[in-house]
Design a protein around this ligand. Sequence first.
Ligand SMILES: Cc1cc2nc3c(=O)[nH]c(=O)nc-3n(C[C@H](O)[C@H](O)[C@H](O)COP(=O)(O)OP(=O)(O)OC[C@H]3O[C@@H](n4cnc5c(N)ncnc54)[C@H](O)[C@@H]3O)c2cc1C
Length: 498
Amino acid sequence: MPMPTDPNKKEVLVIGAGITGLTAAYKLRNDFNVTLLEASDRIGGKLHSVSFRDKPVDVGPDSFLTRNASAVQLSSELDLSEHLVAPVSQGASLYSRKQLRKLPIDLALGIPTNLISVLSSQIVSPLSAVRSAADFFWPKRLPDFTALLDSADKKPPQPTFGKYPDPSIGQLLNQRLGRATVERLIAPLIAGINAGDINCLSFAATTPELARAVSKKRSVVLSLREYRKPTAVKSAGSPQTPRPTPFLGFDTSLSTLTEALRQNLVNAGVKIYLNTKAADIKMTPHGKRHWAASILQKNMPTINADFDALLLAVPSSETANLLEASLPDIAALCNKIPFSSVATLVTAWKADEVPPIYGTGFLVARKPKKLITGVTALSSKWAHLSHKNEVWLKISAGHYLDHRAISLGDEELTAGMIEDTKTVLGMTGNPIESFLCRWENAFPQYNTGHIERILQIDALTAAIPSLAIAGASYHGIGIPACISDACKAADKLKDLLN
Ligand SMILES: Cc1cc2nc3c(=O)[nH]c(=O)nc-3n(C[C@H](O)[C@H](O)[C@H](O)COP(=O)(O)OP(=O)(O)OC[C@H]3O[C@@H](n4cnc5c(N)ncnc54)[C@H](O)[C@@H]3O)c2cc1C
């Protein structure tokens, strides 16, 4: 039963109903009257499942990392733990040097921790694998990334203005491991996750944990080998607790999570408006409330409303648009964060026409300039999508500086993605059915300078108690990072209650 608005509670406007906005509204729902605006016709943002051959299939993300426990924790709060499932297949391949080759198992987010495995994987030539050993003898220690990363934890955040090193992944690793290993092995993994370019992505911003692990060390490979060593959790008298699975998804789709959040918000009296945008937002320092918004709902007259607090959970480019009038400094910084666009194509094939695919699928090295960047073998990755007579593949295309995922027409893009997949797998048939989804400006790029830019945004935002900004553009693009960011943003606004 929906609850009525409480006249004694402060009013919060949350803009954007992706995982960040939904989580923030969920965390605020008991302390404030919450209004949640979503520009599109559905909640979830990048978490989007569609009905494909009568099953719900995630066309955006389908799993999340468990190293940051926030998504597991939120699922447990929403009584969804029993629906969390691990992929049933493990391992993956990489299409490199015209063949699919198994990825070494001892990688730390794509960076090798054992050069013998790199050599035996044949992903790079023997000469390139040997070249990577230069890392062991490099005369200079690795930069100290901890000071830069620690500035983010300071309260209030401390902008550092070029004080600390912030090389790109390419700048840092090309010298030590050789360009071929970086381009063929590391780029498809690290840059693949971010749809980015290794020569632009900041090593510290993209992989903060690895940056901490290599800080001031002699060798990348040896320090990451140390970092990967399992830390056994033991409790008195009990055997070793097994390591939790690194990835989890839901036994139907990630919409399980967004739908549970939606239901919970509705029950708590949160007003959710779809097809609704805040057209104009102004800070009103002398008004009864801190923010005045003009709200535009499709085919409806504009509504003007005042709020005590504002939480922006939209991509940084949209944060810039919304804050331009009131807070141009924050808007200008947000405008500097670039984005890349991608496309996903979910396909069903006759099982007898597809060769066996190792593990959860494969990535494609950037060098042969293929349109596709990777393929997830959905029907072997997830038990709930397994099919006796069919193989389901989710094909991905597009990255920073490659705009074909957006510029090509539907037919050309679909045909190109299918053609590349057939070439890599050596198949001749065509899919029985396919579903194309484009993700324009979907991946914020954490290029060099990102941490400092975010520190500046954080410092400026910290000075305004009634404003919080969160989401994939700032402190991490993965689902758990967005959930953590939403919780932090909600906590900040709760300070208004004291
Ligand atoms: C294809 C793809 C695969 C991915 N795979 C993974 C993965 O496997 N694991 C993982 O952890 N992460 C993955 N990610 C990243 C992750 O899904 C996103 O970073 C995260 O979901 C972003 O959440 P968000 O709420 O910050 O932003 P969004 O999901 O972008 O939500 C923002 C919402 O704000 C709305 N909005 C925008 N402007 C306005 C406005 N003016 N007024 C009202 N509403 C507005 C938008 O419509 C949108 O619904 C993937 C992303 C993509 C695109």
